[in-house]
Each structure stands twice: as C-alpha cells, then as structure tokens.
Design a binder for this molecule. Sequence first.
Ligand code: ITT
Length: 197
Amino acid sequence: MRILFATGNEHKVTEAAALLQPLGHRVSPLVVNGTLPEFIEPQSDGLEAVAMAKIEQARSMVEGTPLVGSAILVEDSGLFIDALDGFPGVYSSYIESTIGLDGVLRLLEGSYDREAEYRAVAIIDLGSKTLQATGVCRGRIADEGMGEQGFGYDPIFIPEEGDGRTCGQMSALEKSALSHRGRALKGLSELLKSPSK
Ligand code: ITT
C-alpha cells in the first residue's frame, strides 16, 4: 500500500519507510503545496487525542487536492520519564526545543531512578475507516548524550531491549526493531492485513 505520512518531522518518515517497506508498504511524506504539514497540537493529556487532532488536520489539508482518498498516516509520540512523573510526555517536542537534552539531564542530576519510556500512537486514515495502534519502548536515560543518528531524545535514551547503546547510536532499522514507533507501525501493519479492515 502507498502511505502518505503527515508529519513535519522527516526522521519519522525515514524510520517508517525502513520498517514498512519490507512489509510491502511504500511510505512517503505528505507534501501539500510544496510544504510538509505543521500541526496545531491541542493542549492535551494524551497522545491519542493529539494524534486524532493531527488526522483531522491532515484530512483538511488534502481536501480539494489530488491526494484526497490516499491512505494517510499520522503519529504522536513522546518521552515519559518515571522520576519526573511522566514529564515531558506530550510536551516532549516543546521541551526539546526549549531546555533541550542538557536541560533534561540536569533535571535528573543526582537521580538514581533514570527509567523512562518512549510512547507512540499511530493512526492511519483509509478514507472509509481509521485504524489505530500504540507502541511503547522501555529504557533509561543515559548520563550523557551519545550518538548522532535518529532525532530528538535518541542520544540520551537507552532501550531496555537493546545492547546498551543509545537510540542515537543505532541505524533507523535497528531502532525501529525495538522502538515505540516501530511497534505502533507493526501493529498498524497487522491491522491492515486483517480481513475485517
Ligand atoms: P509531527 O507532530 O509533525 O509528526 P513532531 O516532531 O512535532 O512531528 P511529536 O509532536 O509526535 O512530533 O513530538 C514528538 C517529540 O517527542 C519529538 O519532537 C521528540 O522530542 C520526542 N520523540 C518522539 N519519538 C522520538 C524518537 O523516536 N526519538 C527521539 N525523540 C522522540
């Protein structure tokens, strides 16, 4: 299936394409009038509500264009740190661009509890219906940033199921094999296969 990923974050598209291509899907960014979407994210407690808002906005973006009727994917994700009661969570993007990774490391200075998780909610709009899947990746926050691959918090996030490297030290395919986004997208891919779709 050809899937248009509505996101302003090109790294998400790279990861989704690496994961979904071997499963038979072609993923490309949704580009309308030459630009990537910029979403207005509602102030919300939940990734799901934000992902729903993104799908609504993506639908209106393609209205009246030749892309109407295409399968459109959106995803909302974030980093939830146990010792900070789930912060930055839905504010991950904002916190990354304000206090940054160094600021997050400072918040955890002296804390033995460095456990955290990445969470993602992915929704695909098939026109006749929408399908939704979630993914979680448990891990911990490193003492310092390591690696230049991936994006966002990847240099300071060490997945539990990995080999001790941060996501920033992994290729897109290695990261997707155990990441929250990888899991959510695999879930969607299973739903796409099921006869009830
Ligand atoms: P779109 O909303 O346009 O899809 P975005 O980057 O703003 O792009 P989100 O609103 O879902 O995406 O915010 C997710 C933020 O959470 C992102 O900016 C990172 O700070 C963090 N994040 C989520 N997944 C991540 C990952 O796989 N690696 C590193 N950081 C991640």
